[in-house]
Design a protein around this ligand. Structure first.
Ligand code: UTP
Length: 494
């Protein structure tokens, strides 16, 4: 068993992973063989050489500065800003698809939230709302509510409309995430409709592409980035109630899911399974879509969705010149490169399945890091003080260059995007800004419904009561002069 494995690794130029073999205990030999057997070493080599080539190509094209980068063509760009009729039309289309059970939701929750600095998965974070609901709960309740809204709009019974929630975790977040859901009774959702799966890992490599060992019997590995989503969708996950060959894609197929909304865990304003976005992409017959917010300040450090070498792409702010960043759209006077990326996507399941055929062409990104390793000569464990190796990551938007029917939909930033990235008190994208933005939105909902809220008074509306400001009509004329948590309308009218 270990002999064929050894030959495979040697043929791939990675035979050094057996360096300490003869010194290992039987148990350690077993665990090394099991780990090495689960790694597709030829793929690792391909991923490495693609990544290196793509990095070289990017460096060369940066010398011939920023050529080949263009704004999005008009036909693939839509906006709901100042377009309430279109928005309403798309909402109807989206609600129909939801009511017909064709829409699923994919959550990317495999990140380690290094900047936030919390040891628990980000979705467990309490941003300090009066109710103290963690991010996972806010999202779960929005799913529950949109199921209800769609059922009501399309005359179906509430229990018949299901939006399954597929939650991508990673080695570092899986156990805590599942335990958190279990502990909170799945926040009221049906347990069967919440499916956990795990993104993959890749070995950490030395600067010349050799697999690093973190112990004599263990390869150092790291999560493969949020773009690991695509491979993970096809990888069997284990559920007590399913056989082991079930994958997210096969589960979607068996439920009749045709359209998917995917998003990152850290946006407290995310409209989970947004019917407007789904409806827009359906009307445009898109196979893939990206929701964006408007960039208005040329120097804002945000990636924008644009066209690079004739293909859709996310272009980082460092990749466009000052002139390009300041360029204006002659028709609207807005920035030409204004489609700021917020990790909020639409896919048809047909497209998600097709990704397998070109996945090898998507180049991973190299992050050069300090990676603790075992020295092959001395056998000593070493914690380097400067970067000694690389972690390889795919980004979820790396699929954009491969889409043909692509739609970008612009939405209002204050209504849909407030990410939690930084530690408390940082002043931007931190728990306080998340809390502020969600409560400000809820005040707007109340005012739109004809209620008034005294200055400085905080009213929190449960997503179970309202998904996007709807259903608050009975509050017309009501004045809130003390802090309130609206978790059912009767409590507000009392
Ligand atoms: P970020 O790139 O902001 O990473 O993730 P992060 O882990 O949240 O924070 P830092 O960079 O360590 O401080 C954007 C989205 O992609 C997910 C995150 O959970 C978040 O929803 N993600 C990121 C994954 O699912 N897997 C990954 O490997 C990385």
């Amino acid at each position: 068993m270990s002999e064929t494995l050894r030959q495979k690794y040697e043929a791939a130029g990675q035979g050094h992973v057996f360096n300490f073999w003869s010194q290992l205990s039987e148990d350690d030999q077993k665990s090394l063989v099991s780990q090495l057997g689960s790694i597709d070493i030829e793929r690792v080599n391909r991923v490495y050489s693609n990544a290196i080539q793509s990095e070289k190509h990017a460096a060369e094209s940066n010398q011939s500065i920023h050529q080949g980068i263009e704004p999005l063509p008009e036909e693939s760009f839509e906006t709901i800003l100042g377009a309430p009729q279109k928005e309403a039309q798309w909402r109807e289309i989206g609600l129909e698809a939801i009511a017909d059970g064709k829409v699923g939701v994919l959550l990317m929750a495999g990140g380690q939230g290094t900047r936030l600095g919390s040891s628990a998965p980000k979705g467990c974070y309490d941003i300090g709302l009066p109710s103290h609901k963690p991010l996972f709960q806010i999202q779960a309740e929005r799913i529950a509510r949109i199921q209800q809204v769609a059922a009501q709009a399309k005359g179906k019974s509430p229990a018949s409309v299901v939006v399954p929630w597929y939650i991508m975790t990673s080695g570092p977040t899986r156990a805590n995430t599942e335990a958190f859901f279990e502990e909170h009774a799945y926040f009221g959702l049906e347990r069967n409709n919440v499916v956990f799966f795990e993104q993959g890992t890749l070995p950490c490599l030395s600067m010349d592409g050799k697999v690093l060992l973190e112990a004599p019997s263990r390869v150092a590995v790291a999560p493969d980035g949020n773009g690991g989503l695509y491979n993970a969708l096809r990888t069997p996950f284990h559920l007590p109630s399913s056989n082991s060959s079930t994958t997210v894609l096969s589960d979607m197929e068996s439920r009749g899911i045709q359209y998917v909304h995917a998003y990152g865990v850290d946006n407290c304003l995310v409209k989970v399974a947004d019917p407007v976005f789904v409806g827009c992409c359906l009307q445009k017959q898109a196979e893939c879509g990206s929701k964006v917010v408007r960039k208005t300040i040329p120097s804002e450090s945000v990636g924008v969705v644009a066209v690079r070498d004739g293909r859709y792409s996310v272009v980082e702010y460092s990749e466009i010149s000052k002139e390009q960043a300041e360029l204006r759209d002659p028709k609207t006077g807005e920035l030409a490169f204004r489609a700021a990326n917020i990790v909020n996507h639409f896919y048809t399941t047909k497209f998600l399945k097709a990704i397998e055929s070109f996945e090898d062409k998507m180049a991973f990104h190299i992050a050069r890091k300090k990676i603790p390793f075992v020295d092959l000569k001395t056998g000593e464990y070493s914690k380097p003080s400067k970067p000694n190796g690389m972690k390889l990551e795919l980004f979820v938007f790396d699929v954009f260059p491969f889409t043909h029917d692509f739609t970008v939909m612009e939405v209002e930033r204050t209504e849909e995007f407030s990410p939690l990235k930084n530690a408390p008190g940082t002043g931007s994208d931190d728990p306080q800004t998340s809390r502020r933005d969600i409560l400000a939105q809820q005040r707007r909902y109340l005012e739109q419904a004809g209620a008034t809220v005294a200055d400085g008074v905080e009213v929190e509306i449960s997503p179970l009561v309202s998904y996007a400001g709807e259903g608050l009509e009975s509050l017309r004329g009501k004045h809130f002069d003390k802090p309130t948590v609206l978790d059912k309308l009767s409590s507000a009218n009392a």
